[in-house]
Design a protein around this ligand. Structure first.
Ligand code: COA
Ligand code: AMP
Length: 623
């Protein structure tokens, strides 16, 4: 069947389409309804059905003869080790750790924060939560204590799982001081922690509420999978919104398992037994979906890589991993390829490795510029596929469906909408635009299985953020074009979210960090173009009248403030001190215009600008 027929079917008869797809998953109780629209616009998938995601990811492969196959390969150049876990081994360790969680009082529906580096124990902790129906919420290791505290608080965590340290290149980053500070900020100092002590920084003198990982499992018994409802949350993953308060994306078990498993052969064109590598971090959605859940649900071997594209030890690291583990499909962010290209433009190191196992490279997380795409195609000599999705959707909204039909690649476009996603482009009044015209990218409801069902504890915010702007549609927050052939072109965001090295950040959170400094009267943060990271934050601050200070020193302090309040990944490229910010007459800061000036792009003078002369002042500071 070709793509267009399948796509049409998915929209014309979602019950039939997803009902059939769902047979790829083992259910302990069949669903009553495939698509439950009784509470529209809050749709649910497979309501009445029961399953266990961990069972589908591990136990059933053990029962069907795949137990001796590698489930997970931990490849860590930063600690110089490679360790393989078969499906049997991973299941047994997960079952045991699930028992340890139970012994610490974690039950079905409880929230567990996982603040861990890229080590197997993080994956074990995630799957152990799924096994007992607890809801995990991972927090990326690069976030500062305040960000971690917000998530601990919002999720109402019952327990935290952490490790003694992360390793960034050659640097050992102690986690426990950050965790303890976060727990204090969250007012949760007494909640239990299970901490994995790494040899690079053994745990010394932990807080009394801490149990070390090895002690926790030494007394625990393996426990079985519990049945959960298809609509029960598997996890909460916080993502940046337009304000400093992150949004807790809730992912239900049933639709997630169904859609992710389906995506593995239909989009990524991999089969059970194949080696699949998402070079991302488990703290992001790509890591949740394509390091952990999808490859395991599909019976593949997944790679957990604790390293960087460059510097661990060099820019040949990716090719070494592909050769050593016979990777068939690699998924990463364009920025990783830009980093490799910068160090090895002619692919000298690449040619020292045998990467003939590689079939396809998938890129996502940010728009893939055609230049990077062409470079990767030429060097690797495999199809390079840009695909588009977000934390909320959990799997691609647009891609080149390599397992259905290989479509022509148009560089700069993530190709076509995936089954279940009725993607439309609307103007600001909600009128659908003719093909080729630029506008808001929306998905007509319902969203397919696997997407978020709500925001944790805040259905109203879910409605306001995604469903209220255009009735009957999900607001992606992206803008672009659908061309005559149905190819999508994702060009920019319509809100104040920026994308730094494939990481989504809220300029609002960065502004809050700057504004908390005593000398700052007002500030604005914009994302400006960056050759390596796609975008980088740039801050503008207006100081309180009469402030006498050394500008250079203050800039350093403010950069440090962002790093310590948001995290090192949000480090601004620069902070510029200005006399005033360009605003509309109603007081709205003209960030879009500032960005155009910073990027050297043409812009129209906003009709509502309070004083056009401010733009000249901004241009002067930028030059
Ligand atoms: N824990 C603690 N700190 C972290 C961290 C983590 N998990 N991840 C990043 N950081 C820190 C870095 O050490 C760095 O700190 P520094 O400013 O003190 O040196 C800072 O955050 C910025 O990190 P990063 O954005 O990764 O920049 P970089 O210059 O170190 O590396 C790249 C640049 C392109 C190599 C890197 O961004 C990369 O590998 N990108 C791939 C992107 C990706 O996987 N995206 C996921 C979506 S698919
Ligand atoms: P995140 O939720 O962190 O995955 O970020 C999602 C956002 O990243 C999207 O809404 C887009 O703005 C951007 N994005 C992700 N993939 C692509 C892509 N292939 N092309 C363009 N933008 C992308």
């Amino acid at each position: 069947m070709d793509y267009r027929d399948l796509y049409r079917q998915s929209l014309d008869d979602p019950d039939q389409f997803w009902g059939e797809v769902a047979s790829g998953i083992d259910w302990s109780r069949p669903w009553d309804q495939v698509l439950d629209d009784s509470q529209a616009p809050y749709y649910q998938w497979f309501s009445g059905g029961e399953l266990n995601t961990c069972y589908n990811a591990l136990d059933r492969h053990c029962e069907s003869g795949r137990g001796e196959q590698a489930a997970l390969i931990y490849d860590s150049p930063v600690t110089v080790q490679v360790k393989t876990f078969t499906y049997f081994e991973l299941r047994d360790q997960v079952a045991r750790f699930a028992g340890a969680l139970r012994m610490q009082g974690v039950n079905q529906g409880d929230r567990v924060i996982i603040y861990m580096p890229m080590i197997p124990q993080a994956v074990i902790a995630m799957l152990a939560c799924a096994r007992i129906g607890a809801i995990h919420s991972l927090v990326f290791g690069g976030f500062a204590p305040q960000e971690l505290a917000t998530r601990i608080q919002d999720a109402g965590a019952k327990l935290v799982v952490s490790a003694s340290c992360g390793i960034e290149g050659k640097r050992v980053i102690p986690y426990l001081p950050l965790l303890e500070e976060a727990l204090e900020l969250a007012g949760s100092i007494e909640i239990p922690r299970i901490v994995f002590s790494r040899p690079q920084l053994p745990v010394e003198d932990p807080h009394p509420a801490t149990v070390l990982w090895h002690d926790a499992i030494s007394t625990a018994e393996a426990v079985d999978c519990v049945e959960v409802s298809a609509t029960d949350p598997l996890y909460i993953l916080y993502t940046s919104g337009t304000t400093g308060q992150p949004k807790g994306v809730v992912r239900p078990n049933g639709g997630h398992a169904v859609a992710l498993k389906w995506s593995m052969d239909h989009i990524y064109n991999v089969q059970p037994g194949d080696v699949y590598w998402a070079a991302s971090d488990i703290g992001w959605v790509v890591g949740h979906s394509y390091i952990v859940y999808a490859p395991l649900l599909h019976g593949c071997t997944t790679i957990l890589y604790e390293g960087k594209p460059v510097g661990t030890p060099d820019c040949g690291a990716f090719w070494r991993v592909i050769e050593q583990h016979k990777v068939k499909c690699l998924f990463t962010a364009p920025t990783a390829f830009r980093a490799i290209r910068r160090e090895d433009p002619t692919g000298e190191l690449l040619h020292q490795y045998d990467i003939s196992s590689l079939d396809t490279l998938f890129l996502a997380g940010e728009r893939c510029d055609p230049d990077t795409l062409h470079w990767a195609e030429t060097q690797l000599d495999v199809p390079v596929i840009d695909h588009w999705w977000q934390t909320e959707t959990g799997w691609p909204m647009a891609a080149n469906p390599m397992g259905i039909e290989v479509m022509e690649v148009k560089p700069g476009s993530p190709t076509v909408a995936m089954p279940g996603y009725d993607v439309r482009v609307l103007d600001d009044e909600g009128v659908e635009l003719p093909r080729g015209q630029y506008g808001n990218i929306l998905v007509k409801l319902p969203l397919p299985p696997g997407n978020l069902s709500t925001l944790w504890g805040d259905q109203q915010r879910f409605h306001d953020a995604y469903l209220s702007r255009f009735e009957g549609y999900y607001l992606t927050g992206d803008a672009g074009v659908l061309d005559e052939e149905g190819y999508l072109w994702v060009m920019s965001r319509i809100d104040d979210v920026i994308n730094v090295a494939g990481h989504r950040l809220s300029t609002g959170a960065l502004e809050e960090a700057l504004a908390s400094h005593e000398h700052v009267a007002e500030c604005a943060v914009i994302g400006v173009e960056d050759q390596l990271k796609g975008e980088m934050p740039l801050g503008f601050v207006v100081l309180n009248a009469g402030t006498q200070t050394d500008g250079k020193e203050l800039k350093n302090v403010l950069v440090q403030q962002v790093r310590s309040l948001v995290g090192a990944i949000a480090t601004p490229r620069d902070i510029l001190i200005v006399d005033r910010l360009p605003k509309t007459r109603s007081g709205k800061i003209l960030r879009g215009t500032m960005r155009a000036i910073a990027d050297g792009k043409p812009y129209e003078m906003p009709a509502t600008i309070e004083d056009p002369a401010v733009l000249d002042e901004i241009a002067a500071v930028l030059s």
